[in-house]
Design a protein around this ligand. Structure first.
Ligand code: SF4
Length: 354
């Protein structure tokens, strides 16, 4: 067992960034092995897959997808977990990342800086001595190379109070190691994308269950989602983009009609309900005589765009093979019905964003 008291005799306390994924779970296990008191933190960014699945999921979805993995791990290890909501300030990070995007619309370095900054504040608030994460050197090309890890440590204000137990032996000794609060020899030297060392360590600790993908984080790494968000950034003043706008990019099929108009169509009833609730002032379209999806028109509202949106809504209702379908349009407190021929798949295929 390593040291578990600070030089002044207090028990050592650390804040652990927990996602519920394997890496942060192993980091937690390594800290508990050294008898460190841990308080977990988990950040709600508004872009977590778990949060999204809780809001929009098909009937029969695996309940494991709907639970917060960090809380589960906290319960397993008997450590308290604080959920910190950073969704409002996170929007700026997604829209204007100082360090740019990863492969898709994931601003990982900025995201980590924000999370570590809030973790540092939490550490100071509860009188903990350091923060640890499950980051692994070079596991992710954009945010976990050596320079990125250093940038995150410095920009968050944590500096050498930020410990990465899974790669610690490949990194410069941190303050808790130098101060003798942590035994560096018992930390790991993991590196790169090979997960076998983690699986082996999981076996050693008897850890059998963790979240897939790691931590329910996050749909900003989803290629299809990124296409829709970048399309929105291209056609909208980025300053005006809201959280609801970002959420709508996660739901339904999106058809870019032209520079000024887009149509979103639900793919299943739960998505229709979501579009209805989060559609704001956008015109809502649905077939009058058939079961079918709800569609939203975004952007320019004109007779032409309404007609095209109605034809798309008709294409996704049970009457899609009829010559004409009646489509109701609710907009700004008024209601009108258009009778339109449903589009054939090949007529609107090219507009789908994916
Ligand atoms: S994958 Fe998402 S949550 Fe994870 S660091 Fe990148 S942006 Fe942040």
């Amino acid at each position: 067992m390593g040291n578990h008291s600070s030089p002044d005799g207090e028990r050592v306390r650390a804040v652990g960034m927990l996602s519920g994924g394997l890496d942060s779970t192993l980091a937690l296990a390594l800290m508990r092995e050294q008898d460190i008191d841990v308080v977990g933190v988990n950040f709600s960014t508004g872009f977590c897959l778990t949060d999204h699945h809780q809001k929009v999921h098909r009937e029969g979805t695996d309940p494991k997808k709907l639970r917060n993995g960090a809380l589960k791990i906290g319960a397993d290890f008997e450590v308290p977990v604080e959920i910190i909501d950073i969704a409002d300030e996170y929007m700026n990070v997604v829209k204007y990342p100082r360090y740019g995007y990863g492969t898709h619309v994931n601003p990982c370095v900025d995201c980590r800086i924000l999370m570590m900054t809030r973790a540092r504040e939490f550490m100071e608030k509860i009188g903990a001595q350091f923060v640890f994460t499950g980051e692994v050197l070079s596991q992710r090309p954009k945010s976990q190379h050596r320079d990125a890890l250093r940038t995150i440590s410095i920009q968050s204000g944590l500096s050498d109070r930020l410990v990465r137990p899974l790669s610690a032996r490949l990194l410069a000794p941190t303050w808790p190691e130098r101060a003798g609060l942590l035994d560096r020899e018992k930390l790991m030297g993991f590196h790169g994308r090979d997960r076998n060392p983690q699986f082996e360590l999981a076996r050693r600790f008897g850890i059998e269950e963790w979240e897939q993908p790691a931590g329910g984080c996050c749909f900003l790494t989803d290629a299809n989602y990124a296409v829709k968000v970048f399309d929105m950034f291209e056609h909208t003043d980025r300053d005006t983009v809201t959280r609801d706008d970002m959420l709508l990019c996660k739901v339904g099929r999106h058809f870019r009609l032209d520079a000024n108009a887009k149509v979103i169509v639900g793919r299943f009833p739960e998505e229709d309900a979501f579009l209805k609730n989060f559609g704001g002032a956008r015109p809502r379209l649905s077939a009058v005589d058939h079961k079918g999806s709800l569609a939203l028109l975004e952007g320019e509202v004109s007779p032409e765009t309404l007609s095209r949106a109605a034809r798309i809504a008709a294409r996704y209702c049970a009457g899609k093979r009829d010559a004409e379908v009646r489509v109701r349009i609710d907009h700004a407190g008024t209601e009108q019905v258009l009778e339109v021929p449903p589009y054939q798949p090949e007529e609107c295929e090219a507009w789908i964003l994916r």
